[in-house]
Design a protein. Sequence first.
Length: 251
Amino acid sequence: MPNTALSFQTKEGVHSATINVFGRVSTLTGRVVQTFEEAVSRDFPDSLFQQSLKLQSIYQKSVPLRPGLYRLDLVIKDVQSGNVGVINTRLAVPRYEDEKLEASSLILADQIEHVPAKQINTGQFVIGSSKVRPRMEGDFTTADKLGIYMQVYNLKGDDKTHKSAATFAYTVKKGDQQIMQFKETSEEMKQTGDQVTIERLLPLATLTPGKYTLQIDATDSLSKQSITRIAEFSVKAPLETKTAANVKPGR
């Protein structure tokens, strides 16, 4: 949500806005399987308020669902103004097959950091032990680091060591031109059973402004299977007053 669309009230030098988020997940036949409702607040001090109006606020909610096709309905209400926004979209939850190499979606983030043990799997943007805040539009500047987060499932373990033997190749392209490529192995990465988690921060200082594609190719050397995920992002020159990294989503 653009912060300019929110209605702020000022009290003791702090500008505050509150949004009510109501969500409903239903099957394609109309059976409701999940609902949730939450109030989300955005607070900015006087010193950051004008700069915050150039930015956006994002919201995240984890909802456990069985594999299948669903309909997601969201109703977003600004408490101060009474303005209401509605989003309706199709939601596909994949079914992962045993013995077949699988992967999550590829998240491009502007923040990836580990959380304290008491915050594991709790709070907005927390996946397991990491906070992964996505950059929704995929827009970055040369002063940013591109956060890369992806999980790979069903890696085959060695019969003796029970460890996987996989290679992950990262390729950045601008159009058809390859700009950057590097690799790493599962031995260097965060492993849990047959799952590997990719968590990387890629500096963008060497990239010229433009549109790019990130491709990750995961290859399981033991099962001889491969899987690919692709995401697009853009790089711009940094703004002198850029403050996105200093403003964190809050409730």
